[in-house]
Ligand binder design. Sequence first.
Ligand code: FAD
Length: 423
Amino acid sequence: MAGTRLDEHDRDAPIFSPASFRLADAQADLIARTRRFGSRVLAPRAERHDRDATFPIENFRDMHPEGLLGICIPKEHGGTGADFLTYCLAAAELGRYCGATALSWNMHVCSTLWSGALADDLEMSPSDREAHRARRHLHYRRILDDGAVYSQPFSEGGAAAAGVVAFGTEARPVAGGFVVNGKKIFASLSGAADYYGVLCTERREGEEASRRNTLYLAIPADAPGISVTGDWDPLGMRATVSRTLLFKDVHVADDAMLMPHGVYFQAATRWPHMFLTLSPTYMGLAQAAYDFTVAYLRGEVPGTPPVKRRMFPTKQIAVAEMRIRLEQTKTLWFQAVSEARPNPSKEEMLRAYAAQFTVMENANALAAKAIRTCGGQAMLKSLPLERIYRDSRCGSLMLPWTAEICLDRLGRETLYEAGETDD
Ligand SMILES: Cc1cc2nc3c(=O)[nH]c(=O)nc-3n(C[C@H](O)[C@H](O)[C@H](O)COP(=O)(O)OP(=O)(O)OC[C@H]3O[C@@H](n4cnc5c(N)ncnc54)[C@H](O)[C@@H]3O)c2cc1C
């Protein structure tokens, strides 16, 4: 607004201008609040947690009074009720300031988005729907009233997280609940979350393991039989503290179910954009690499001498190339996240894979270019660029839609219609 002084945490323009991308006022307000939170709260803490590979739990404590833990909890349950697109745009804003917090926040938010708006789009019997509403209400009250933090440990080191075989972690039905046994690797928020949102295979005595029987359970982190093991000293996303979780005869009650029987399998097949939710963090990192470069070449990065480098034609060309790559990334990604809905068309599916691939690869390409363009002084650990570079490297490795899997599916699904073979 003319004449209004922006505070120091409101200097960054939105990644997606509300006017240009036709956002509603309420959407734009929520995204702007999230961006200011990222700049004010996350950015100053990011360097320390990255260096020490510690989980920034205080960021999540501070999200609670801001309403950010309940951003995707449906309004009927007392949350903000943000839809898929609004959440993705808000998460991208957090990714600019701390990739690891944005990625961990995604794990938490998905437990509410998938059990909330997404589950409402799926088929359930009226009795399942009623039971689901009652159970999710319990989870949502824990989040809204007590600030409970949920995580999403799916990966097991085999083909299950890619959606190829049933999860090896198993839930055996017993009276009033389940007994869970298994192991999850790369479990972000391990040791920090209050509930682990575990995907496992529901399996009765003598029954074959089947992906159709995937169960999504929120297991209390302090349940007897859970242990956190292994080191955590990775290249990037260090503050996610994604160690290994072991489950040994862990008893949970029925109300731990975040989705009714069979509904996760339905979600994964009918609402596949649910797997695009890892990408907003990397959209934010792509923007951060670009923003850093512009500020650095203008001599405006806080903590560095006010030396301008923008007058060199090579720098100008590099920034132009970065801008083109950023615009390509933003446009494709915005279109793909706008298309999230049940039963997407083949065209929309192929675009979703292309968007995921593009964001994950381009975030790192932009960060690499930023380092080459800005030069040696820009990659000191006192500045955020080298962390952005390391964090952005992780995106294309994340299942189920790694860069390789996206390429694989894009090629195959373009050339073959469903059920077609060459026999
Ligand atoms: C910082 C970070 C945080 C993470 N946090 C979580 C978390 O909270 N929860 C969670 O569940 N996971 C998490 N992950 C794990 C992640 O999603 C992957 O499961 C993990 O990176 C896979 O590593 P891997 O070496 O075991 O991959 P592998 O399964 O050995 O696969 C190696 C590569 O082979 C390719 N590949 C694998 N399967 C197929 C296939 N069927 N078809 C074609 N290509 C294939 C893929 O490109 C893959 O990258 C996290 C990962 C990182 C890096």
